[in-house]
Design a protein around this ligand. Structure first.
Ligand code: XIL
Length: 386
């Protein structure tokens, strides 16, 4: 090695060290779980399965695992507990990916949320379930398939999973009506399927918090979705369906061009509070199950974009955290590098979406600081279930 090479390497590592030091100094003090615990809540994130060492938002990626350890009390599988993952056929289960996630989480001291026992949306059914022949007595066969699923999952993991999104996304946002599926046609209506799922979950996992989870949100265009969810929650109460909490997915977003996220948030606040007031008045707790921020309406430039994301998130979380009925707060991933938004809702300009607290290099962003401030400043939660 020549002197020049060596000097180059030394200069390179000095620069790296300096960069690391600056970044560490810039990182806001405290962790998300500590900020959240100061108000009696748990913070968490989605995580995934991958082969050891893969570049993924997985426990098997040491860099991502370090973030999970730093910030999270509770983890939720992003995809690996869904029917598409664990139920390859009517008579077969496959836990080969989810089991190691549960194992890693529990041996490392994390709690787990279960997502989801039933995604009530045919788009996300496994193909076999959309095409299943329910035979001569369809209601009985459909209930058998659903019960078997809920019993198998809840009993396999027992107390390792203490909160379940029992039903996910049953309301059609365009109409506010319940979505139809192969199971609802077999069982004489969606309401029957949903009630059945919650009752079976309560019997099989009496220790667990049972959540109805959906993506009705505070932005324009969600009024029908919110009304549909309120009607469903009222129906659950009328029928005595055992539902403990509303899971507010919280994939919030700025979709129209804007330079002032704070102004947008102020305009959206009254209707959103009216919705949350009605939910909590029916006796439901709240859970933030899948928080991230869609940034389509913000400029490409990182500075203003990150500021807008942080301001919008701060305003949203301040509202959510003013409800003592709010329990767990979970992000749908911690890093932009692995966020589903990159593929599911790419920006028209092709820039990487920036909706998570850490960037593609797993470095802290203004959103992290906004989350820390909101979480530590929130109202203390009350009424936690046993
Ligand atoms: C998403 C995952 O993040 C993606 O990887 C997958 O392709 C589709 O599902 N609401 C939910 C989550 O309840 O299950 C979704 O997760 C995001 C929206």
């Amino acid at each position: 090695m020549t002197m020049i090479d060596r000097r180059g390497i030394l200069a390179g590592s000095a620069a790296l060290l300096a960069a690391t030091t600056v970044r560490a100094a810039d990182a806001p003090a405290g962790t998300l779980k500590a900020a959240t615990a100061s108000k009696g809540r748990r913070f968490g994130s989605a995580f995934a399965w991958s082969p050891a060492g893969a570049d993924a938002g997985s426990f098997a990626n040491p860099a991502y695992a370090a973030l999970l350890r730093r910030d999270c009390d509770v983890l939720v599988p992003e995809n690996q507990m869904k029917w598409q993952a664990i139920r390859p056929a009517a008579d077969r289960f496959d836990f080969s990916r989810f089991d190691p996630m549960v194992e890693w989480a529990t041996t490392n001291g994390f709690a787990l949320r279960g997502h989801t026992l039933f995604w009530a949306y045919s788009r996300w059914f496994p193909a076999w379930l959309n095409n299943h022949d329910f035979g001569q007595r369809p209601a009985i066969e459909a209930a058998r398939i659903l019960d078997q699923h809920i019993d198998t999952v809840t009993k396999r993991y027992g107390r390792k999973i203490d909160s379940y999104d029992v039903v996910n996304e049953a309301v059609d946002p365009d109409t506010g009506n319940l979505r139809e599926t192969s199971l609802s046609r077999a069982m004489g209506g969606t309401a029957n399927v949903l009630d059945h799922a919650f009752r079976t979950a309560r019997a099989a996992a009496p220790h667990a918090e049972l959540v109805y989870n959906d993506y009705m949100s505070w932005e324009d265009g969600n009024a029908k979705h919110r009304a549909g969810v309120l009607a469903l929650l009222a129906d659950f109460r009328r029928r005595g369906t055992p539902v403990d909490a509303l899971g507010v997915q919280s994939h919030i977003g700025l979709f129209q061009p804007t330079t002032d996220a704070g102004v947008v948030a102020k305009r959206l606040e009254p209707e959103w509070r009216a919705f949350l007031d009605r939910v909590t008045a029916m006796g439901y707790r709240l859970v933030i199950t899948e928080f991230d921020v869609r940034d389509k309406g913000l400029p490409a430039a990182i500075g203003p974009r990150d500021r807008g994301v942080a301001d919008f998130a701060r305003a949203y979380l301040d509202i959510m955290l003013s409800y003592p009925q709010l329990g767990d707060v979970l992000a749908w991933g911690l890093s932009d590098r692995y966020s589903w938004l990159r593929g599911f809702e790419p920006r028209p300009d092709g820039e990487v979406t920036r909706g998570c607290p850490y960037d593609t290099d797993l470095k802290a962003k203004p959103l992290l600081a906004a989350m820390l401030a909101a979480l530590a400043g929130g109202v203390r939660q009350v009424g936690q279930a046993a």
